[in-house]
Design a protein. Structure first.
Length: 248
């Protein structure tokens, strides 16, 4: 069954409709017709199976059939990702949604190759949020991660909301294994963390100053093993471990 996204501010379970890009996709790409059934979700855990009752020029009216509520994931995982070169950020956002990240915070680190003006940063954020929507539609994820506007590391940490566990990937000699960090948290608190911040650096890693900044805000350096991973591989690797350990 095809899935469509309706933003929370437009969500009305008793008067559902598709508009804009979602209506265009349903009508002109998928060529759906009156009587077809689809699923719609609002990114906040609600999903409705609906029937198309009418197709207007810029709106598709729906009739609710069944409604379901998906509980939040057991752990809120925030990925703070230094923006890599090329289109790798697109891939990271897509996979982060599929694996179960709750928030994605793009970082402009000192070694970030990409340079963004204020206007370009807004456009990138909108693009990545749309990629997140498409990934949620495809993967059946009813909780839509929020993609934050790109920020410099000092601005990000300056406004950082506290997490139970805050981590940063590091090539430094004092970095410890993620398995050990999770075991120590479990031993100290008697439960698994309910929120985790995972910071991943750019090509060439974070600078020493950025690592010190992260440490000063409670981030613990972790090693990703003896093999140096590409940026996108590192993000997927860390999120996969955290998903396996904390979301299941």
């Amino acid at each position: 069954m095809q899935r469509f996204y309706i933003a929370p501010e437009n969500w009305n379970r008793d008067a559902l409709s598709l508009v804009g890009a979602e209506a265009h996709h349903a009508r002109h790409v998928l060529r759906l017709q009156q009587g077809n059934r689809i699923a719609v979700f609002n990114g906040r855990g609600h999903e409705i199976t609906a029937e198309i009752v009418s197709l207007e020029r810029d709106r598709i009216q729906l009739r609710k059939l069944d409604e379901a509520r998906t509980p939040p994931l057991r752990c809120r995982i925030t990925l703070a990702q230094a923006i890599p070169k090329g289109k790798n950020m697109d891939l990271i956002v897509q996979k982060a949604v599929e694996i179960g990240a709750s928030e994605i915070a793009p970082l402009l680190s000192d070694r970030t190759i990409v340079s963004l003006s204020d206007e370009a940063a807004v456009q990138k954020q909108q693009k990545w949020q749309q990629i997140a929507i498409e990934a949620a539609k495809q993967s059946g994820q009813n909780w839509l991660p929020h993609v934050h506007p790109p920020k410099k590391a000092r601005d990000f940490f300056g406004g950082l909301a506290p997490h139970h566990l805050q981590l940063i990937g590091s090539l430094q000699s004092d970095a410890v294994h993620l398995k050990r960090v999770l075991a120590e948290y479990q031993g100290e608190h008697g439960k698994r963390p309910e929120s985790v911040l995972m910071c991943i650096g750019p090509e060439g890693d974070f600078t020493p100053a950025e690592l010190n900044l992260a440490r000063s805000h409670g981030c613990r350096p972790i090693t990703l093993g003896p093999i140096i991973l590409r940026v996108e591989t590192a993000a997927i690797y860390c999120l996969s471990i955290l998903s396996y350990e904390l979301l299941i």
